[in-house]
Design a protein. Structure first.
Length: 366
């Protein structure tokens, strides 16, 4: 798990250093029919939503992004900057005009010190509000990680339910574990819907814990709990909070995956829901990859192969097997952005939907 976390951080760092990986041609980019010619960025915007004002498919913004070489840090967009739409040989281009540097520019003046921090005041490519909790905790565990993890063996008053401020005792905690930890419970098994192979175990967040005394057992205090803490719950390190930058782009390899779970267990999936898909790092997926969601086509009667009928019976009544069936083509239902990856699993944020999305719907290259 620790190697996976380090790899994830390295990938995020490399993403920040690269503006885009155009995977579609400019000819394939369609404009929003109601697009403006310019838009002034305001606090609270994110790049995906801004791009949606101009483009029919917001994730394609890197393809039509025109970098101004005179602007320092063109990857950063700030309140008051102006996004412009121009035409270049019949192809749309999005440009950036720094506020305060040209006529009609910045409406909000930012001090130079504010620009020194890569995240302070800068407009995020996507809103991180929904996915922030998923960036700082384990999400998927292997059998080996479950077997090796420290665990809860009891609490101060031998209660069944432990809440904030209560003491708990931890078995197997190493001395270098750190003071701020999370309590987790192994949840459902994520399985490949085609092969049935186990891809990992859901890590259900139970509580946040501060270790107050090392030893065997170690003593910890619960600072926040999502559900009751049980004997056998796992104690794992929390990641330091990061604010990664996801620059949307299509994968460079062919991807065909399925939605195998949705966080919070809802049956119908919509915008800003977090889903789990059965492909990850081993399939070439990276944080920031955009995938199209396809609603699985319905099964309908095949009119060319009607079933046999009883000669003297009710007209049209099938004898054996029922009618032959045809599967209708899959229909594009929306887009998701991959934001957290493991070896065989990825977590994605549904960015928008055009029709209902369900479990086992396919996700493929956009």
């Amino acid at each position: 798990m620790h190697k996976g976390i380090e790899m994830h951080r390295k990938i995020l760092f490399s993403m920040i250093m690269v503006l885009s990986f155009p995977a579609v041609s400019a000819e394939a980019v369609a404009l929003n029919p109601n697009h403006p010619q310019t838009y002034t960025v305001v606090l609270g915007d994110n790049l995906w939503d801004i791009a949606g004002r101009f483009l029919a498919q917001p994730w394609q913004w890197p393809v039509v992004w025109q970098v101004n070489p005179q602007i320092q840090n063109p990857n950063r967009i700030y309140p008051g900057d102006v996004i412009t739409l121009t035409d270049h040989d019949g192809h749309p281009l999005l440009g950036l005009r720094r506020g305060g540097q040209e006529p009609g520019g910045r409406l909000v003046k930012l001090s130079p010190s504010a620009r020194e921090s890569p995240h302070e005041n800068a407009i995020a490519p996507i809103s991180l509000d929904v996915i922030r909790p998923f960036l700082t905790r384990p999400l998927v565990l292997t059998q080996a990680e479950i077997a090796a993890a420290p665990s809860i063996i009891g609490n101060q008053d031998n209660r069944l339910v432990v809440g904030s401020g209560e003491r708990v005792y931890v078995h197997g905690l190493p001395d270098n574990a750190g003071s701020a930890l999370g309590v987790f419970r192994a949840g459902q098994v994520y399985r490949d819907p085609t092969t049935g192979a186990a891809l990992g175990y859901e890590a259900l967040p139970v509580a946040d814990l501060v270790i107050t005394q090392l030893g065997e057992p170690a003593t910890g205090t619960v600072v926040h709990s999502n559900r009751e803490i049980l004997r056998g719950d796992l104690v794992l390190p929390q990641q330091e909070e990061e604010l990664p930058e996801f620059f949307p782009r299509a994968p460079t390899v062919a991807v065909d995956a399925q939605i195998i779970s949705v966080i919070d267990g809802i049956s119908q999936i919509g915008s800003h829901n977090v889903v789990v898909i059965n492909r990850g790092l081993s399939a070439g997926l990276l944080p920031g990859h955009v995938l199209a969601i396809f609603q699985t086509g319905e099964l309908v009667d095949d009119p060319q192969h009607k079933p046999r009928t009883y000669l003297g019976g009710t007209a049209g009544k099938p004898i054996v097997g029922g009618a032959a069936m045809l599967q209708l083509p899959d229909s594009r239902a929306g887009e998701l952005l991959v934001f957290r990856i493991f070896e065989g699993i990825s977590f994605g944020l549904v960015m928008n939907t055009q029709r209902p999305v369900h479990l086992l719907d396919h996700v493929r290259n956009p």
